[in-house]
Design a protein around this ligand. Structure first.
Ligand code: CDT
Length: 315
């Protein structure tokens, strides 16, 4: 049973506001064909990979945004991707906006196995941005308006003889995301993202957007002894610059392959899932070293609260 998986980070360039799902799927099928020719068995696509990043548009009546969401998966438009991938015996991660039959809206990713079967589903937990139009911003980021926080938690699934997990964009900045999956033995975490190169909430040099992207992917890979594949939708989309920097991170925390462009680009690496063992059995052997008696506050309290009595250092 091989635990060596040839993996691909299938970065996508911008998706135009009027670009059809069929066009996006055709681009993804081209990336699948490249992945096949390079021996990949698993490919990761970005967050919201079937449309432009529509939360940058404000709409008072949310139901008027329904056309941006998928109501079935696979659909007529996306089935060719499932067929191309299963024909190539490639599993994949795909991000899209989901509208459920009972009217819930989620920022969702699915894990599809090499036969084209949906093996797992994740709904984004850490939604960034704001609910209302905020005129002072150069562009809007209305994820809190258009999505509910995910209701499925951080699952893991058996795939490619390993344990695979998923997260979406802003989730990658939160240690809890990876630690919950780490406690389920995760060996490969896939993360699609759409990250503007500008922080519209405060003053911050643009270069920090890429630094924080890689910092969080690499640090959490190391601290949970897992592979992490981060995949961007990149380039100037509808006047908004999105960072690239898609990368494959090994369990040591080092980047082993990284995108060079802001366009559709496949980045590949050979992921030996057994490279997770060193960390999991030694420095990050959770069973041996974690001290849960000191961690209650992590799940019982959400925001920071300064204790009424601060202990002073020297006793
Ligand atoms: N899509 C997404 O989650 N983007 C956020 C943008 C920053 S906050 C508005 C991110 O974490 O990259």
């Amino acid at each position: 049973m091989s635990r060596i998986v040839n993996v691909g980070a299938a970065q996508m360039g911008p998706i135009a506001v009027d670009e059809s799902r069929e066009s996006c799927v055709a681009r993804m099928i081209d990336l699948i064909k490249q992945a096949k020719s390079r021996g990949c068995q698993y490919v990761v696509f970005p967050e919201l990979a079937l449309t432009t990043f529509f939360p940058r548009y404000y709409e008072e009546d949310i139901s008027r945004m329904d056309a941006w969401y998928e109501t079935e998966m696979p659909s007529i438009a996306t089935r060719p991707l499932f067929e191309a991938a299963s024909e190539a015996k490639i599993g994949f991660y795909l991000g899209y906006a989901e509208l459920t039959p009972d009217g819930h809206r989620y920022n969702t990713a699915i894990l599809v196995d090499e036969t084209g079967r949906i093996n797992g589903k994740y709904r984004k937990v850490h939604l960034p941005g704001h609910y209302e139009h905020e005129a002072q911003r150069p562009f809007q980021h209305l994820e809190k308006r258009y999505f509910e926080p995910g209701d499925l938690g951080f699952g893991v699934w058996r795939q490619h003889n390993g344990i695979f997990g998923m997260a979406i964009c802003n989730d990658r900045r939160w240690v809890e995301t990876y630690r919950v999956m780490g406690l389920k033995g995760v060996e490969l975490v896939s993360v699609g993202y759409n990250t503007p190169d500008l922080n519209t909430s405060g003053d911050e040099p643009n270069h920090l957007r890429m630094f924080h992207n890689h910092l969080t992917l690499q640090a959490n890979a190391y601290m949970n002894a897992t592979w992490v594949i981060g995949v961007a939708k990149a380039g100037v989309e509808d006047g908004c610059m999105l960072i690239g920097g898609s990368c494959i991170v090994q369990p040591s925390g080092e980047i082993v392959a990284q995108a060079m462009t802001l366009e559709d680009e496949l980045v590949t690496a050979t992921a030996d899932l057994d490279l997770t063992r060193l960390g999991k059995e030694t420095i990050f052997n959770f069973a041996r070293h974690r001290r849960v008696e000191h961690y209650d506050i992590i799940t019982s309290q959400t925001g920071a609260e300064i204790p009424s009595e601060l202990s002073n250092a020297a006793e």
